[in-house]
Design a protein around this ligand. Structure first.
Ligand SMILES: NC(=O)C1=CN([C@@H]2O[C@H](COP(=O)(O)OP(=O)(O)OC[C@H]3O[C@@H](n4cnc5c(N)ncnc54)[C@H](O)[C@@H]3O)[C@@H](O)[C@H]2O)C=CC1
Ligand SMILES: O=C([O-])CC(=O)C(=O)O
Length: 308
């Protein structure tokens, strides 16, 4: 199993590290545009192999896509992150050009690959990969919901005073400060609905904190987060590489599901060796349906800025 990660910055390197530590891939190739940067990150990570007990071979290259040939999975993290006070949508001007050219270079050398898009604004970047490549829709996956759901579980556990392992929950919708749809009505603490333990007001606060999860960290760190994003990507990569058939919310092209078409947005999907193997249609409350539609409007507005 060969995995390429483009962008050896904060998220790309974290993602490569988690993939290696989980020890399921034979090879990870890091690619960056900055001379020597991916090579340096790869060497540093390889020097953790004996300490962390993994056999995955990590290599780094500067812009040489021939070294990525025949990758089973390619992850795109190249592009700029936001600074405090910015929205993800403001990154479109620089990141669209980067994502478009990186996707083309990857597919030239790995025509059968599955692409995971991470660069922001992620739902629009995922749509851009659909519009500018001829990969089938099951092989283009946007990562956002897996991360947002992990943050939702963190906030739920905090509110419940429960261990995170006791909590389950999912966030669908657009990966933006206002577009996320945390499914509080479906969230559980060891099979018991969280509404049995938390007031409606407290649940609303959990949802609000979840939605600004990325912005909160950006304010604290001065740039956006990388540990949880890297771990979330590695979860998707492992689900595909190991044909796990796991459910993750991912950004995928909708063709009528959730009453939406011609848009990439986060919905629950089953991930296995073919990438997105199916979209899971779950019943939403009227409020969640309305929230999903307004989230889609926001994503469409950003998609409208693409020069296609
Ligand atoms: N979808 C999600 O849930 C998340 C998305 N992100 C996004 O991921 C992206 C990366 O974030 P960070 O790693 O923190 O940024 P970073 O600045 O640490 O790393 C980005 C790397 O991309 C490289 N790069 C730029 N243009 C390139 C090109 N044409 N080819 C190859 N490499 C290129 C840069 O040299 C840099 O090393 C940002 O757009 C950020 O908003 C970050 C966290 C979560
Ligand atoms: O907040 C950001 O800009 C990066 C990101 O998507 C996240 O951490 O959720």
């Amino acid at each position: 199993m060969k995995v390429t990660v483009v962008g050896a910055g904060a998220v790309g390197a974290s993602c490569a590290e988690y993939i290696a530590i989980k020890n399921f891939a034979s090879e990870v190739v890091l690619v960056d545009i900055k001379e020597g940067y991916a090579e340096g990150k790869a060497m540093d990570l390889m020097q953790t192999a004996s300490l962390n007990g993994f056999d995955t071979k990590i290599t780094g290259v500067t812009g040489d896509y021939s070294k990525t040939a025949d990758s089973d999975i390619c992850v795109i993290t190249s592009g700029i992150p936001r600074k405090p006070g910015m929205t993800r949508e403001e990154l479109i001007g620089i990141n669209a050009g980067i994502v478009k050219s990186v996707a083309a270079s990857l597919i030239e050398h790995s025509p059968n690959t599955i692409i995971i898009v991470v660069s922001n604004p992620m739902d629009t970047m995922t749509y851009l990969v659909h519009k500018t490549t001829n990969l089938p829709k099951n092989r283009i996956i946007g990562m956002g919901g897996a991360l947002d759901s992990a943050r939702f579980k963190y906030r739920l556990a905090e509110a419940l005073g429960a261990p995170i392992s006791d909590v389950d929950g999912m966030v669908i919708g657009g990966h933006s400060d206002t577009g996320m749809v945390p499914l509080t009505s479906h969230a559980t603490r060891n099979s018991v609905k969280v509404s049995e333990f938390l007031t409606e007001e407290r649940l609303e606060q959990v949802a609000a904190d979840t939605k600004v999860g990325g912005a909160t960290l950006t304010k604290l760190l001065g740039t956006s987060a990388w540990y949880a994003p890297g771990a979330a990507v590695s979860g998707l990569v492992q689900a595909i590489a190991c044909d796990q058939k796991k459910i993750y919310p991912c950004s995928t092209l909708l063709e009528g599901e959730y009453d939406l078409s011609d848009i990439c947005i986060g919905v629950p999907v089953i991930l296995g060796k073919d990438g997105i193997e199916s979209i899971v249609d779950i019943p939403l409350s009227e409020a969640e349906k309305a929230h999903m539609q307004s989230s889609a409007e926001g994503v469409r507005k950003t998609n409208g800025l693409l020069e296609l």
